[in-house]
Ligand binder design. Structure first.
Ligand code: NAD
Length: 495
């Protein structure tokens, strides 16, 4: 069986323990991945710390040159990266290609690092005294990433961290680890010095070793909320800078004045794309007033028409979920909601895909008459399940969203500007769409939720990413000969 090893100091490094990587479309083992622990983390952090001694001093234009070359290599290997993602994650190749492109856009943003890191200069803040501010790299940064975007989410982190002059240790998801090794190889081919990017595979043990390591300066985490909360607390307790992005329950509110057919189409792709395994997936619809019955009927038609099949088959619109346990979780959630009184409008629980009896397939599920007290609403199911709640007014819909512990993404469908403006201003969610179901910010804005969807202060990529991976320094200078020598005085200096 193919072995996926660690990548430390510019070379493949064998593991001591291994775990199996399965193919979600067939349920068959396809590779084994090294599972790192303290010794591998120590080696990787040491390699990154050595590399930082010189990488932090490399000129901005050279760093940008390496990133430009890396960007071109990512584009040239787009197909290969997408197919690796499909084989291990299960999503369709077209969907995987989309995540490679969105990841590459962060690399393109990072190519502008000479401009992004420009400081500010104030001449003559006092007589003969000038002042300037700059942003310095932090040192060794770590990234811990989830299974659902094995290319894009790590690319939210390492291109910017590296462009800012840091070195990086990536701990990707153990469920779909291969893409990270190809990315490491592409960086090497682009001329990135050994040790600037390292990949250690594994799970909790490797993560804990990173969180406690005294030579790791900052941690970026993306994953589920319970782990994000724990990572934030543990990394902060050991004095690290940390941003920990968690899970979500993303609501789409549909007002009666919306184009309901268009809303249903948009919501269906946002709910079932990638089998609902996106942190920005719409998993709850709030149908307002008279929109309800017609909207549910339109959603039913759209969901029933989705073609489910292996991700590498061109006709497939939705692939399997990532594991057997994920499929069981979906089925159990739908069972529970039905028992609690929800109406199962589209039932994907018994779906079978010809020739893929052992694949982790579950079809689209649409549940109507769900209420906020039901587990299917309260929990992040992270599968192809869309629940519909009803509300009398926009204000009631906003109250439901604001009472939800998560605050990642949300969308409003309407043709009324005043309603949209009120929604945007009052909803306690970090990323908001108006007639846009997946308001995922572009690379030059920053991505992040509110409440239990993000622990820490700084959102990821964009300017906030540059701020996260650097720290400010302000320098005040006076040169001999510019002012007469002053006599000692003991009051606090003023201009
Ligand atoms: P996960 O939390 O299980 O795993 C994320 C990472 O943490 C992986 O690298 C994993 O190996 C590691 N990990 C798992 N358990 C751990 C533990 N107990 N201690 C330390 N490390 C641990 O998440 P997942 O299932 O891989 O990904 C899906 C989740 O990620 C969903 O909740 C989804 O909403 C969330 N997500 C959030 C965003 C966002 O931007 N907010 C983006 C993508 C995914």
């Amino acid at each position: 069986m193919r072995s996926i090893e660690h990548w430390i100091a510019g070379a493949s490094a064998a593991g001591t323990g291994y775990a199996t990587v399965y193919q979600p479309a067939t349920g068959a083992p396809q590779a084994q991945v090294a599972i790192g622990s303290q010794p591998e983390i120590d080696q990787a952090v040491a390699a990154a710390a050595r590399a930082f001694e010189s990488w932090g001093d490399v000129s901005l234009s050279h760093r940008a040159k390496v990133l430009f070359r890396f960007r071109d290599l990512v584009e040239r290997h787009e197909d290969e990266l997408a197919k690796l993602v499909t084989a291990e994650h299960g999503k369709t190749v077209e969907d995987a290609r989309g995540e490679v492109i969105r990841g590459r856009e962060v690399v393109e943003f990072a190519c502008g690092i000479p401009q992004l890191l420009k400081g500010a200069y104030s001449d003559q803040v006092s007589t003969g005294v000038d002042s300037y501010s700059l942003r310095a790299p932090l040192g060794v940064c770590a990234g811990i990433t989830p299974f659902n975007f094995p290319v894009m989410v790590p690319m939210w982190m390492h291109p910017i961290a590296i462009a800012c002059g840091n070195t990086f240790v990536l701990k990707p998801s153990e469920r779909d680890p291969s893409a990270s090794n190809l990315v490491a190889q592409l960086y090497a081919d682009a001329g990135l010095p050994d040790g600037v990017l390292n990949v250690v595979h594994g799970g909790k043990e490797a993560v804990d070793a990173l969180l406690d390591h005294p030579d790791v300066a900052a941690v970026s985490f993306v994953g589920s909320t319970p782990v994000a909360r724990r990572v934030h607390q543990r990394a902060a307790a050991s004095g690290k800078r940390v941003q920990a992005l968690g899970g979500a329950k993303n609501h789409a509110v549909v007002l009666p004045d919306a184009d309901l057919a268009e809303a249903a189409r948009q919501i269906t792709s946002a709910a079932y794309g990638s089998a609902g395994q996106r942190c920005m997936a719409i998993s709850a619809v709030i149908a307002v007033g008279s929109a309800g019955d017609e909207l549910v009927d339109l959603l039913r038609r759209e969901a029933s028409a989705i073609v489910v099949g292996p991700g590498d088959q061109v006709s497939s619109q939705m692939g399997p979920v990532v594991t057997d346990e994920a499929r069981d979780r979906v089925i159990t959630s739908v069972d529970g909601a039905q028992k609690a009184g929800a109406t199962v409008v589209v039932d994907g629980r018994d779906l079978r895909v010809d020739g893929h009896d052992n694949g982790y397939f579950v079809g689209p599920c649409l549940l109507d008459r769900v209420t906020p007290d039901m587990a299917a609403y309260q929990q992040e199911i992270f599968g192809p399940v869309l629940v519909v709640l009803r509300a009398e007014s926009l204000d009631e819909a906003i109250r439901i969203i604001n009472a939800n512990p998560y605050g990642n993404g949300t969308a409003l469908f309407t043709s009324a500007g005043a309603a949209a403006r009120r929604f945007v201003r009052t909803v306690t969610v970090g990323m908001v769409g108006v007639n846009v179901p997946l308001p995922v910010p572009m690379a030059y804005h920053s991505f992040g939720g509110w409440k239990a969807s993000l622990f820490g202060d700084t959102h990821i990529h964009g300017q906030e990413g540059v701020a996260f991976y650097t720290r400010g320094k302000v320098v005040t200078t006076r040169w001999p000969g510019t002012t007469p020598t002053a006599r000692p005085d003991f009051h606090f200096p003023t201009a």
